[in-house]
Ligand binder design. Sequence first.
Ligand SMILES: NC(=O)c1ccc[n+]([C@@H]2O[C@H](COP(=O)([O-])OP(=O)(O)OC[C@H]3O[C@@H](n4cnc5c(N)ncnc54)[C@H](OP(=O)(O)O)[C@@H]3O)[C@@H](O)[C@H]2O)c1
Ligand SMILES: [Zn+2]
Length: 340
Amino acid sequence: MSKMRAVQIEKPGGDFQLVERAIPEPIAGQVRVKVEACGICYSDRYVKDGLNPLIKYPRIPGHEVVGVIDRVGTGVSGWNIGERVGIGWHGGHCFECRPCRHGDFINCQNTKTTAISHDGGYAEYMVSPSDALARVPTQLSSAEAAPLMCAGITTYNALRNSRARAGDLVAIQGIGGLGHLAIQFAAKMGFRTIAISRGKDKEKSARQLGADEFIDAASDNVSDALQSMGGARVIIATAPSAAGVGTLLSGLGVNGQLVLLAGTGEPFTVTPAQLVRGRKSIQGWASGHAGDWEDTLNFCALTGIRPIIETVPLKQAAKAYQRMMSNQARFRMVLEISKS
Ligand SMILES: NC(=O)c1ccc[n+]([C@@H]2O[C@H](COP(=O)([O-])OP(=O)(O)OC[C@H]3O[C@@H](n4cnc5c(N)ncnc54)[C@H](OP(=O)(O)O)[C@@H]3O)[C@@H](O)[C@H]2O)c1
Ligand SMILES: [Zn+2]
């Protein structure tokens, strides 16, 4: 049987292990992809630390995948060997539940998830349902396209489905993998874009990426700073911590919307009065489906938006993950699978 190199987590809380595994065969409805690049997302923690009871171990993480189809399973139409595709968090839908029947694939009640339901892209090959594939435009290299499959699509989709309209004040909190793309999307969508980060380290980069203003959450009062600019119409919160929710809420203007992207299990306290006064709302947003992925990739090809990446070979997955978790990555770590 042919073998491939992969990085797996053997058990919840286990280390990243570089191993040899059998190359997977696509079953009906799936394709096999020869992986070229895979981004490292904070949500890889779900696999690393066993945060989802559905995960079966050993499991290969990675849901920001770009590669080339090298085998097509039975019953798959519209996809051919040699096509370059992207694969994100959402790993296919059932087409039978009520959300699916209404075209709301993000909320499929029987949804599969890449790296949760099946192995992901920290490997030379992976298989994926064919309804969870996006075509990658030629303008983007595989390493550039990979982070767009989760960090990109999530922030692009959250912004384009938000209440913000061109010219509105939009703030992005947490300038990491998601945040540095959110700044670029917000700026290109025509919003007055504010970056919120802890410390001044990222100010220069944030402004270069398109931020009009920068708030240092470590030394400035975030809500006062936002109110002095008129109050935010939308705040996209990417920090994996619920501690700042109350402050961000106070920084919203009338009809303002706080969109939470980090699905932490931490509780936060908000009083109804904080929402009623000024008709404010708090919303969560989860990723998107294959159609949204293609929209994100095409928007980046059109506007010149690119993630800022640091690339490493597959065998350095553990180090790269640690670099991201310790807030040293600038701004997305990407595994280049062909690098040795
Ligand atoms: N909703 C979805 O579909 C979806 C999709 C992908 C990821 N996520 C989630 O989004 C979050 C961000 O992911 P990411 O890949 O962008 O992570 P990341 O690259 O580590 O960036 C997160 C940023 O948040 C800030 N931060 C980190 N720890 C913090 C803390 N304790 N308190 C306040 N700020 C903190 C840092 O920015 P500063 O240095 O600028 O403060 C950091 O760069 C994660 O929780 C991830 O699981 C959700
Ligand atoms: Zn992700």
